[in-house]
Structure formats: C-alpha cells, structure tokens
Ligand binder design. Structure first.
Ligand code: GRF
Length: 232
C-alpha cells in the first residue's frame, strides 16, 4: 500500500476549496491518495484556519515570505505536496524551486488567458466579462517561478451567461473549482498525472460530462454525447 501523500494547503480566504478537498477525501475513504496534513495562512483571520481546526488538522500562520521559516514548517510536517487554494501572499522562489512538480495552484479562469500579476479574485471575472468570452473555467497547474504560468494539470470549462456579473460568474466557477481541485490533487498524489523532465504534464482528469453542463443552457442536448465522445 503506497503511503498517502501529506498535503499542505495554503489559503488566505474562506477556505471553500480546502473544504471541498476534505469532503472529497472523506468520500474516497481509505482509497484516497492524499491527506491534508497542514493548513497554513498568512492571515490569522482566514476562514480556512477555522475549517482546519474544526477537523483537528494542524495549522500555522506564517506572515511574510521567509523561505527558511516556510521550508522549516513544511519539513516539520513532512509535507510531500503543497496546494495553493486562494493564497494571496508570495511563496518565496526558494520554496517554489524546492517543490517543483509538487506545488499546485487553482486559478478561476482558463489559463494562460486571464491570469498573471494582478489578476486574482473578482478582477479575473471582470476581465473575462469585459473581453466578452463565452467560456471561462478553472485551471489547476504546477507552480513555477512565473505567476500563473506553470505547467497545466487540468482545466474544466464553465459557460458564461449573457446576464452574468463578476459575482455570478465567480460563484459558478467556484463550484467547478470545488470539483476539479480535489480530483487534480488526487491525480498528482496518486501518480495518474505526472510532469516529465521536459516539463510537460501527462495524464488528464477531464470532466465526467463536458457537454452536459456547457450546453445545458441550449436545447442541442443531442450534441452532448457527441462532444463527450471527444473527451473519452
Ligand atoms: C478561489 O476562487 C480560487 O480560484 C482563488 O481564490 C479563491 C479561494 O476561495 N485562487 P476559497 O478560499 O477556497 O473559498
């Protein structure tokens, strides 16, 4: 039995992605490949810390970007994978480099579009709407030295509706993040998704039924199975 990967989740906000990861792990039970072993935030007030404490998961508040202190914390908790789930502080390059291929981030858009310095939170969704994009989505990627530019692990699409506001789009994308992030972490922890020496990611986790929700607001449901076939 392969030992489960010990995961540290870094979060600055409410921690709904952390909650989705914990719920997914409970659903998988003993077959899960990853265990959340630490939740860290740069903000003592982060809701993610409250969620962790409710489930008796060790927490740490680490203000500032001291690479030594961060690496020491990760060593102390024997961390194998780091997941950034709405972490708004800087991860020092020394930590990112040490966790190359073992640090994941979730972004609420289809990178490389609508990503990069300054594009986070509602700003992402405002940019998607201002561009008139008809599809947005969620991306999970490996973190490298370039902001939101690391090798992509998985992406799931989300339709943009004509009457969307940044808030309504954010809410729809967040629901897909909650489905995608736990599965992407499990895929990396379980080895079904790997990153090669060439930096390319192999193995994918596609949505169970792409068409079922991208076409859900049209009447061409008959296309759903044809589009799904493209993903199987
Ligand atoms: C998510 O929208 C994520 O895409 C972004 O920050 C938000 C985190 O939300 N990076 P939560 O704290 O997990 O609820």
């Amino acid at each position: 039995m392969k030992a489960r990967a010990r995961v540290a989740v870094f979060a600055s906000g409410g921690g709904s992605n952390l909650g989705a990861m914990l719920d997914h792990g409970e659903r998988l039970g003993s077959s899960r490949a990853a265990d959340v072993a630490l939740v860290s935030s740069s903000r003592e007030s982060a809701g993610a810390l409250v969620r962790a404490r409710e489930r008796k998961i060790p927490t740490a508040v680490l203000a500032g970007a001291d690479a030594g202190a961060m690496n020491e914390m990760l060593d102390e908790h024997r961390i194998d994978l780091v997941v950034l789930a709405g972490y708004l502080s800087l991860v020092p390059d020394a930590v990112t480099a040490r966790f190359a291929g073992r640090m994941l981030n979730v972004h609420p858009a289809l990178l490389p579009a609508f990503g990069g310095q300054g594009l986070y939170g509602q700003r992402v969704h405002r940019a998607v709407l201002d561009a008139g994009a008809k599809l947005s989505g969620a991306t999970v990627h490996f973190v490298d030295a370039h902001y939101d530019r690391g090798p992509i692990i998985a992406q799931w699409p989300v339709p943009v509706r004509d009457d969307d506001t940044p808030e309504s789009l954010a809410a729809r994308v967040l629901r897909i993040e909650h489905m995608l992030l736990p599965r992407a972490v499990e895929a990396v922890a379980g080895g079904t998704v790997t990153i090669g020496a060439d930096g390319r990611v192999r193995g994918v986790c596609t949505p169970p039924s792409t068409a079922a929700y991208t076409l859900s607001n049209h009447d061409d449901a008959s296309l759903a199975s044809e589009i799904d076939a493209l993903f199987t």
